[in-house]
Design a protein around this ligand. Structure first.
Ligand code: ZN
Length: 554
């Protein structure tokens, strides 16, 4: 699953068409304005540490990944491939712009504008994508599935079978291995070639098994091999997420992430992990709410992306994901979180830095820095594992998730953010994390609030951020400067208030206090006029990046 922040991008309230042209300046077309919201960026990684065999394998993997683009374009909509061919031969200026935006979005719909079509003749984005017949209703599918034998039923609602209409007009299923045969056969061949070139046994194993999976529509063994992958080249390739199936969320879209392991960050992560129990033991909550023995944590991998394709190409770029989605694999092997460090860095440079220039007091702007930003993202992920989870309410065994119901995601995200700051301050005070990053961490966090809230406060991350922002403001840790309309951080105050808010949120969670959390959101999770003014001034800051990959010859 992808980070929610990037899925709710459609909620971004942006109006890119409102540019007032300077007198004499060429008038910008609406498509050009949409394209400009994605800042062009180069993404690459350090291949010098790869063995000669791995370097060759990497090229084969990039070639295989390119094929995922072609499968995905076919999956989006039955008319997508034909439309793409039409745009490719259109030499008009408007045609070239349409092609550029098509390649950013991987289809004719603008993800930042509620999926509205930007190419003439494109229909409304089909909720069934190209997974089901265009004329099929939900009811027809449900009735047909009910009538199937148990084994067939599983496939019909499974990840890897499209639903088509047979010559008799009745529904039937087609396995992905047949539906995408023309593309999966060459993709599998490239994975086998790469397997022959790499000297890493875990990568070899994954690639051979994944090539087999393409032919037999059974991804279990290769998903297990992916969980065990321990290789300088870290690759994720195949059918994964089901978001595009808006009818049922059954069918998986093809994508790939071709990445290189970031050894330095992996060591950093290990270093923090060694202190997790100690941080839990010092959480600012009553002793009985602390967990005396933290369980095992889901593994986190930090990598640099050198290529990506398929669903991962379209729209707002994925910066972190959790896979696999197959419940059977998750039950047996857990899931793995992959963080794409250079993608985060590109978003930081192209989106967060320009936001900071508008939102943060000028004297504190030099403190905006990527390393503390990324370290806080890692701390956020780790802190999801700390604090109350299994709780007792009125003598009843329950969980925070069950008690918080619809408020769970937003309060859990707020907890991970604020407790992430608490944990890093703890490590700074202990001398584990460099004291020089203290001010940077807090000021960069302030700028980050605006990045999240920009995606809307109906979504968990934005709502949680708005809560923290207003709480910190009311307590004097963030300070509004009326003369400039910007905000600054009172670092000493911040340390104290971060501790207080961490304690308050975790105590509400520990008590399963739904009403208390609701009251807190009502009071703080809103956009006040001062923040609104800053958000309005962010109109022309890019929303995301559009990467180019030099290692793929781009
Ligand atoms: Zn989170």
């Amino acid at each position: 699953m992808k980070s929610l922040l990037f899925l709710f991008s459609a909620l971004v309230m942006m109006n890119a068409g409102c540019t007032q042209p300077r007198p004499g300046a060429p008038v910008e077309s609406p498509l050009a304005a949409k394209i400009k919201r994605f800042a062009p960026t180069e993404l690459t990684g350090d291949v010098s540490r790869l063995s000669p065999g791995d370097r060759l394998a990497l090229q084969k993997l990039i070639e295989a990944a390119r094929i995922m683009d072609r499968i995905y374009i076919r999956q989006v909509w039955s008319g997508n491939e034909t439309l793409l061919r039409r745009l490719q031969v259109d030499t008009t200026a408007a045609g070239r712009e349409a092609l550029e935006l098509f390649m950013i979005e991987m289809g004719p719909w603008s993800s930042l504008d509620n999926d509205s079509a930007f190419v003439d003749g494109a229909p409304v984005k089909p909720p069934q994508a190209n997974y089901y017949p265009a004329d099929m209703t939900k009811e027809e599918m449900e009735a047909w599935v009910r009538g199937l034998p148990e084994k067939e039923k599983k496939k019909a609602v499974g990840f890897f079978w499209t639903i088509r209409r047979g010559a008799d007009g009745k529904l039937m299923m087609v396995p992905y291995s047949r539906e995408y045969r023309d593309l999966l056969i060459p993709a599998a061949a490239l994975l086998r070639e790469a397997a022959g070139l790499t000297d890493n046994p875990t990568l070899k194993k994954f690639l051979v098994l994944r090539a087999e999976a393409f032919a037999k529509d059974d991804y279990y063994e290769s998903d297990v091999a992916w969980m065990d992958l321990d290789s300088p080249i870290d690759v994720t390739i195949g059918p994964y997420e089901t978001y595009m199936d808006e009818l049922f969320n059954y069918k998986a879209a093809f994508e790939s992430f071709v990445t290189l392991r970031n050894d330095e960050e992996s060591r950093n992560l290990q270093r923090f992990s060694a202190y997790l129990q100690e941080i839990e033991d010092h959480l600012p909550i009553a002793k009985e709410f602390r967990n005396p023995r933290l369980g095992g944590m889901a593994p986190i991998r930090v990598v640099d992306q050198v290529y990506r394709s398929g669903e991962a190409s379209g729209g707002v770029q994925t910066a972190a994901f959790n896979l696999p989605n197959d419940e059977k694999v998750i039950k047996e092997k857990g899931s793995k979180r992959v963080m794409l460090k250079n993608v985060q860095q590109a978003k930081f440079q192209n989106v967060l830095v320009p936001i900071a220039r508008i939102a943060v007091d000028t004297t504190q702007q030099p403190l905006i820095a990527f390393e503390p930003f990324f370290t806080h993202i890692l701390a956020h992920e780790l802190m999801h594992g700390l604090g109350p989870h299994n709780i007792m309410v009125g003598g009843r065994k329950t969980t925070v998730r069950q008690e918080m119901k619809d408020l769970y995601s937003a309060i859990e995200e707020a907890k991970a953010d604020i407790a992430g700051l608490f944990a890093l301050q703890y490590l700074i005070d202990k001398g584990v994390v460099d004291k020089a990053t203290e001010e940077q961490m807090y000021v960069t966090f302030l700028a980050g609030v605006f990045r999240s809230v920009r995606f809307g406060i109906n979504e968990a991350h934005g709502k949680g951020m708005a809560l923290q922002f207003n709480y910190l403001l009311d307590e004097g840790a963030f300070v509004y400067i009326p003369s400039t309309g910007r905000f600054s951080v009172d670092v000493e105050k911040m340390k104290e208030v971060v501790r207080k808010l961490t304690g308050e949120i975790m105590t509400l969670q520990a008590n399963g206090n739904y009403a208390g959390v609701q009251t807190m959101f009502d009071r703080y999770a809103n956009i006040r006029p001062e923040m609104r003014k800053v958000l309005d001034r962010l109109m022309h800051v890019p929303v995301d990046i559009h990467p180019r990959f030099p290692l793929a010859g781009e």
